[in-house]
Ligand binder design. Structure first.
Ligand code: SAH
Length: 353
């Protein structure tokens, strides 16, 4: 199906213009936006003229498309829901809804595939197929919320893809998702996770979105980092941490560092001490947080996670050196865990039929 108007990617002003260009009244934009937020199909849009509903219908001139649930897994342990969504061209992406005390948070994908090549990650195994449009990123929240039946009040861009490798669409998504005409999600409840595309971090600091920046650091020195993250050969730790400091100084937002613990690669107490020294050198007394993630095993990769004790020891070492660190609670341990795995499984199944 060709998608001739990417409805969910439009701001209110753009939607008004598009409506006029297809012979509809611009004031319908506000009604339409409310329906979009609900994930409603045109047949439910009862306060709109039939002519407009018909134009939006399947098979019509300008069909409206929401990401379609291709598969869904619900954790019986903590209620986490993982969705495999199909996009208008058949691409598959993943989103996860997590229940926290302060509200429901969704983890969204920003690209179909990824080209960053991190050695422990499942999302990058088949390379990058294409960028998602801002409406496709927003659409994951809309479709998930409709199915989940409760408001989603937080977003983390930690699904498939590198958000800063799809910069313009991600910026437009941020503009729309935080607007009162759309889902109106507060920027303080949005975080963006990046493997460290340094020039884009400087660009992000100049935008006016007070979101949290999470950086996938995963190592305490260039030698270790380059071994597991090819992006480090282009933007080394020094350039990355300087950019992060600039982001903090401009936005005032605490930087969060993700550190996936891989047995024998980056998880020794010695490496914890080096990490603490590194962060102190660049951030001094600025507030930072280290989020330790025990590795999720990816069958195509040789890496394993350390024991619970190794993880605790690494965390305790950082804390004893006055670095604020916590171990990420594993949500939905009974459903396919690492992002990218559900998509790969589904693609492999499709290839086998
Ligand atoms: N491209 C973005 C978002 C990626 S996913 C980024 O690199 O930050 C979010 C986090 O999960 C990243 O820190 C990523 O490095 C980490 N991750 C990827 N695969 C993992 C795995 N198998 N186990 C644990 N963490 C993983």
């Amino acid at each position: 199906m060709t998608q001739t108007i990417d409805w969910l990617s439009l701001t209110r002003d753009e939607l008004r213009e598009v409506l006029s260009s297809i012979g509809e009244a611009p004031f319908r934009a506000d009604q339409l936006l409310k329906w979009f937020c609900l994930g409603a199909p045109p047949s439910e849009m009862t306060n709109l003229p039939r002519s407009l509903r018909e134009k939006l219908s399947d098979g019509a001139q300008y069909p409206l498309f929401y990401p379609k649930i291709a598969k869904k897994q619900v954790s019986e342990i903590d209620g986490t829901v993982k969705y495999l969504f199909e996009l208008h061209d058949g691409q598959l992406i993943e989103s996860v809804v997590m229940k926290y005390e302060h509200g429901n948070t969704i983890c969204v994908s920003t690209q179909a595939g990824c080209r960053m090549g991190c050695r422990f990650c499942a999302s990058t195994l088949g390379g990058r197929i294409r960028d998602l449009s801002s409406g496709e990123i927003l659409g994951q929240i809309i479709s998930a919320q409709r199915d989940f039946g409760e408001r989603i009040s937080g977003v983390v861009m930690m699904g498939i893809g590198e958000p800063l490798d799809n910069y313009d669409n991600v910026m437009k998504f941020l503009k729309i998702v935080g607007s009162k005409d759309s889902l109106n999600i507060g920027y303080r409840h949005i975080s963006l996770s990046s493997c460290g595309l340094v020039p884009k971090i400087y660009d992000l600091a100049n935008e006016s979105f007070p979101i949290t920046l999470s950086i996938s650091l995963h190592a305490c020195c260039d030698e270790d980092r380059s071994r597991i993250m090819p992006v480090n050969d282009k933007y080394n730790i020094d350039s990355l941490l300087n950019a992060c400091r600039d982001y903090f100084d401009k936005s005032g937002r605490r930087i969060s560092f993700e550190y996936t613990l891989i047995s024998g690669e980056n998880d020794s107490p010695e490496q914890a001490r080096k990490l603490a020294a590194l962060l102190k050198k660049y951030f001094g007394s600025r507030p930072i947080h280290v989020n330790l993630i025990p590795l999720n095993h990816v069958s195509e990769r040789n890496f394993t996670s350390g024991t619970k004790q190794d993880v605790k020891k690494f965390c305790d070492t950082l804390n004893s050196l006055k670095i604020n660190a916590t171990v990420r609670r594993r949500l939905g341990p009974d459903i396919d865990a690492s992002c990218g795995q559900l998509r790969r499984k589904a693609s492999a199944e499709a290839e086998n039929v």
